[in-house]
Design a binder for this molecule. Structure first.
Ligand code: ATP
Length: 319
């Protein structure tokens, strides 16, 4: 292996830049040439490729987003598009590809590896929805952003003695909601893995009010439904003013946390090690504090194990 390519794909996540830096500098340290591919698979197909050096990744470790930009690429979903992508890699002499992204991007990398490309995936998504790894890069930062918002919403919720529904990201994974709800002392956490019962929820709110609770914070994962709709339903049943806050894209931006930066460094270094070992279709991740690599097919078919214990702790501490 002489030359590697690197791209970021799918939704951006804080810590992607730290991962790019880790990949580029580790590769250069091992004597490899590094080519940066802009705008994910779209830039790959269009040949938006440039050589990177140590300086290319200077001053980015603390920045959110991705200096390589990211994109969603429909053409890459077709076999013809992927064949073009494989050809472009050959033209640029790239014999190993690092893909930083979520499950969709990994599926793309898996299909590309079927065309003979050596690819390795680094999990970069705030959703934490990749079952094979305990944490994805960006999750911890997003979690802290949500926590900061919850702390602020709690102040106003208490002052006005209102119910607050805070909608957070995570697609079909409830981790952001569960961890933020637990860390922020929310009264209820509503996540796709568990669903909810409106009558039970409203009963908790009314009982809390009778016990003298000044506020009631409900953290709602986007995969369950909309905050506005839920707030309306709660207000109808309880008669208590209920406000909805949709945190939206602030969860995807911002300077990565120390945890995400360290994770990015470890996974970036591992990705290069995996390529140098000649492995073809792998992903890297973290389990029980140890950096691991795994076959991409196996990783994508791993079923998520929901952390019932954590959910139960959040419930027990909530009233
Ligand atoms: P996030 O979890 O942050 O949304 P993601 O990687 O899952 O990130 P997607 O939009 O699902 O984001 O995928 C990114 C890109 O990967 C797509 O635009 C497409 O180019 C490629 N891709 C996704 N799924 C497939 C697939 N089934 N076949 C081929 N390519 C795919």
């Amino acid at each position: 292996m002489k030359t590697i390519g690197i791209l970021t794909s799918g939704g951006d996540a804080p810590g992607m830049n730290a991962a790019i830096r880790a990949v580029v500098r580790t590769a250069l340290d091992k004597g490899l040439k590094v080519m940066g591919i802009q705008r994910g698979y779209s830039g790959l197909i269009n040949g938006e490729i440039f050589e990177m050096n140590r300086h290319s990744v200077s001053d980015i470790i603390h920045r959110g987003g991705t200096i390589l930009r990211t994109a969603r690429c429909e053409e890459f979903r077709t076999e013809e598009g992927r064949k073009r992508a494989a050809k472009v890699l050959k033209v640029f002499g790239i014999d190993g590809l690092v893909v930083i992204g979520g499950d969709g991007s990994f599926t793309g990398a898996r299909l590309l590896s079927e065309l003979g490309v050596s690819a390795v995936g680094i999990p970069g998504t705030i959703d934490n929805d990749l079952a094979y790894t305990q944490y994805t890069i960006g999750f911890d930062t997003a979690l802290n952003t949500v926590l900061d918002a919850i702390n602020k919403i709690r102040d106003t919720s208490t002052s006005h003695e209102r119910v607050s529904v805070v909608e957070v990201m995570g697609r079909n994974c409830g981790d952001i909601a569960l961890y933020a709800g637990l860390a922020g002392g929310a009264e209820s956490v509503i996540i796709p893995e568990k669903g909810y019962n409106l009558n039970e929820l409203c009963r908790n709110i009314l009982e809390g009010k009778l016990r003298g609770k000044m506020h009631n914070l409900i953290v709602l994962a986007e995969g369950v439904g909309g905050a506005e709709e839920l707030a309306k339903k709660i207000e109808e049943v309880t008669g208590i003013i209920t406000r909805a806050t949709i945190l939206g894209h602030i969860q995807r931006g911002g300077s990565p946390s120390a945890f995400d930066r360290v994770l990015a460094a470890r996974l970036g270094a591992k990705a290069i090690e995996v390529l140098l070992e000649g492995k073809k279709a792998r992903v890297v991740g973290i389990r029980d504090g140890k950096v691991i690599d795994q076959d991409i097919n196996e990783a994508l078919s791993t079923k998520r194990e929901f952390d019932e214990e954590l959910f139960d702790i959040a419930r027990a501490l909530s009233y």
